[in-house]
Design a protein around this ligand. Structure first.
Ligand SMILES: Nc1ncnc2c1ncn2[C@@H]1O[C@H](COP(=O)(O)OP(=O)(O)OP(=O)(O)O)[C@@H](O)[C@H]1O
Ligand SMILES: [Mg+2]
Length: 247
């Protein structure tokens, strides 16, 4: 059974913009897939469909269960999404409360919740932030806190929208290591293709709401012409190769 299966999945915003257009996509359990593409390609919108934040047209299955208003509660226990904008996820008085929100909703006891929160904050490199308020944090710090809020729920499928956006080198590296070390299914959208080649075995190019390519990460990320056709460029490690050894 596939962790994620999209069959002819589309999504149109109320103003008539078709952001996702007839997508077929299958992701195996434990697989790490990078979704890349130009601005406005529909990457973030696709992620919002995975746990029913937006309801898709077509059939989208998570672990064989069709995502619809009836299944959305159980689907959200399986799919955790760290949104592109952390402010969509942080709404509590303290970072502790934000990161504890999911585990508390699962009915875990106080010590289990505390353990989950400490662990998640440590994994993203935000130790000692429990008592801080998100409104006084920098964008990068809020980004990390919103990712910790997803990690603390321990979802089987982790969807991350631009997880390394606005992060310094230390925190970016921690994020890369978290993705590399987890055995969870990961679906990651990003413009940071150097991170994608380090973390994902497969890459999907989205453009204008459609899938333009879907193949092994290295094959796609070495294909200079394919990437430039979609406003992208190869990761740094492949750039010198594709330009005939120039540095
Ligand atoms: N709330 C909305 N209402 C109408 N159109 C929207 C809305 N949100 C996004 N869109 C449009 O949907 C399309 C896909 O947007 P989306 O945010 O999914 O792109 P993206 O690939 O994530 O882009 P980026 O790389 O800039 O994050 C774009 O054309 C965008 O303008
Ligand atoms: Mg986006």
């Amino acid at each position: 059974m596939k962790a994620i299966l999209c069959k002819q999945v589309s999504f149109k915003y109320p103003d008539g913009t078709t952001a996702v257009n007839c997508i077929d996509l299958a992701v195996d359990k434990g697989e790490k897939v990078g979704i890349i593409g130009p601005n406005g390609a529909g990457k973030s919108t696709l992620l919002t469909l995975l746990n029913g934040v937006n309801q898709p047209l077509g059939d989208l299955y998570i672990n064989g269960i069709l995502v619809n208003p009836k299944t959305v509660k159980s689907i959200r226990a399986v799919v955790g999404i760290a949104f592109q904008n952390p402010d969509d996820q942080l709404f509590c008085p303290t970072i502790f409360d934000d990161v504890a929100f999911g585990p508390l909703n699962y009915g875990l006891d106080k010590s289990q919740v505390e353990h989950r929160v400490q662990k998640a904050l440590m994994e993203v490199g935000l130790e000692n932030y429990q008592d801080r308020s998100s409104i006084h944090l920098s964008f990068g710090e809020r980004k990390l806190a919103s990712i910790a809020a997803v990690i603390s729920m321990s979802p089987e499928i982790v969807a991350m929208d631009e997880p390394t956006g606005n992060l310094d080198a230390f925190h970016r590296r921690k994020m890369i290591q978290w993705i590399q070390n987890t055995n969870r299914t990961c679906i990651i959208t990003s413009h940071d293709l150097d991170m994608i080649i380090e973390t994902c075995s497969r890459v999907v190019i989205m453009d204008k709401g459609k899938i333009a390519a879907n193949d092994k990460a290295e094959k796609i990320l070495k294909d200079f012409n394919l990437l430039t056709d979609h406003y992208l460029e190869p990761p740094f490690q492949f750039q010198t190769q594709s330009q005939g050894g120039k540095s």
